[in-house]
Design a protein around this ligand. Structure first.
Ligand code: SF4
Length: 198
């Protein structure tokens, strides 16, 4: 999607390039779960389906792709990489983020994820002189688009959350283990050596 947005791959080649490059780009084993024994196959198929049906961004103006930024907040620096910044056919400024999650479990979870895009909007305001109109999540595996209209109160809440989190990190000197079966068995980088995982 990055290469498409940067115009180095044409729309009609997206699915082919995905098929050619998938094994090289994704060399890791996928975990199997009781619900899904072939997660790799499932992700592959869903990704291919998304790209085969993707209509392209011809009607949009691309403003930024994988936009890396630093933003000073108090005495620390918030940095992020925005998947896509664009203006749609109605002139609305959109921050877009691709997610491999299939859906948000609840409104609460969606609001927690939206903090990330609200914090990105600080950079958008600095760069483009206005806040975005829409924060957009694209859950490509299920072809779901979630649009969240920008709300300045929510931005202030996200900022307060970020400040509180930085304060907590700075004040914390003891990090208790919080083992989680799936994470410990399949994902954590310390799982080969960790004494807490069992
Ligand atoms: S393996 Fe250890 S460090 Fe990793 S998540 Fe589990 S408990 Fe935490």
């Amino acid at each position: 999607m990055e290469r498409y947005a940067n115009r180095s791959i044409d729309l009609w080649d997206l699915a082919d390039v995905y098929e050619w490059e998938f094994d090289t780009a994704v060399p890791e084993e996928f975990p199997s779960t009781p619900k899904c024994k072939d997660m790799r196959g499932l992700y592959y198929k869903q990704g291919l389906e998304y790209l085969s049906n993707f209509p392209g961004y011809d009607d949009k103006k691309i403003l930024g792709v994988e936009k890396k930024f630093d933003y000073e907040i108090d005495d620390w620096i918030f940095n992020g990489i925005i998947d896509l910044i664009m203006e749609d056919e109605e002139g609305r400024l959109i921050i877009q983020d691709y997610k491999s999650k299939s859906a948000f479990k609840s409104k609460k979870e969606q609001a927690e994820y939206a903090r990330q895009l609200y914090l990105y909007s600080l950079y958008v305001k600095r760069e483009y002189g206005k806040y975005p109109d829409l924060l957009r999540f694209v859950m490509f595996r299920k072809g779901i688009t979630v649009d969240i209209p920008f709300d300045e109160t929510k931005l202030q809440e996200a900022l307060a959350w970020a400040r509180e989190t930085v304060k907590e990190i700075r004040e914390c000197w003891v990090y208790d283990a919080s083992p989680d079966d799936f994470y410990c068995q399949h994902l954590c980088d310390h799982r080969e050596h960790c004494e807490f995982k069992n």
